[in-house]
Design a protein around this ligand. Sequence first.
Ligand code: KG4
Ligand code: ZN
Length: 343
Amino acid sequence: MIKKEKDIYILGIETSCDETAASIVRNGRTVLSNVVSTQIEIHMKYGGVVPEIASRKHVESIIPVIDCALNEANINKNDIDAIAVTYGPGLVGALLVGVSAAKAMAFALKKPLIGVNHIEGHIAANYISHQDLEPPFVCLVVSGGHSHIVHVKGYRDFEILGRTRDDAAGEAFDKIARILGIGYPGGPQIDKRAVIGKNLIKFPEVHFNDETFDFSFSGVKTSVMNYVNREKQKGQEIDINDVCASFQNAVTNVLVENTFKAAQTRNVDTVVIAGGVAANQGLRQKMEQSGIKRGIKVFYPPILLCTDNAVMIGAAGYYELISGVYQKGLELNAVPGLKIGVR
Ligand code: KG4
Ligand code: ZN
């Protein structure tokens, strides 16, 4: 166990998908810099992330982004205590860029190298925005690639209570936006339109009749697709804003209901949301209202820390470092299918 006699500065690095990001985080809770170079504009014209292009862009951006994070934090690279990097889950070529850069720096500077799970990073974003938040709590992690309900028993102790059986929540938002022709990434577009639209169309809300708190979003996706095609065939004009409001309502109802049910079984007094979809205004509101009704505290990060960033990696990396038992040294490799809680 490393004793905390002085402040600990961590360089966080994130390249799992289409954001090249680096940060300096002090003691796992204070942000000294947060640099994100996004590739969204580049992938927009393809309607989704093209892995090969993502890797190439990470190669171009990684060194300037790390330099920028060190400069903004006004810290010399020799003064950082450890380097934390996302090593999974994600796109293998994209992950490898961050992992290789982190390894090279750790070797040259003789600093510890810590592999961080991207999803655990999303959860840790909440430690930055809510300084008093500590486990245990139940967290809904919803992003473009993952949807989980996690019982966070300790900083490094996770039990998965529910997961998607098909599409991730963010993936469903992105696919529906594509069907409606309103751009990529779909989540923010649908979110904006849902505020104006009315929740008039009944789309399915899937609940499993078992002891899991799993999700399924393929049914609602097909149902929206069928609705759009049917209306087009009838020559009816589709109110895209109403479709967005109704779709978002169906998805967020299931997310909120399952999360609170799961929280009840674990007797926690706090529910947290994380990941790109946690930026959704409708989801945030519904979570808060449900929390008030049930007497459960609800936390979520600011939008900037919901989507991919390296601050969350610096925060999660800190708890790995102080545990003293983080296992990854210079043999660290990218693990595209990395599971939550696996060490
Ligand atoms: O966490 P993230 O940045 O990347 C992954 O780890 O996947 O999440 C990206 C996902 C995308 O699917 C995007 O459409 C969704 O988060 N997203 C949103 C919103 N902002 C981003 N979904 C719903 N509402 C939003 N406001
Ligand atoms: Zn993410």
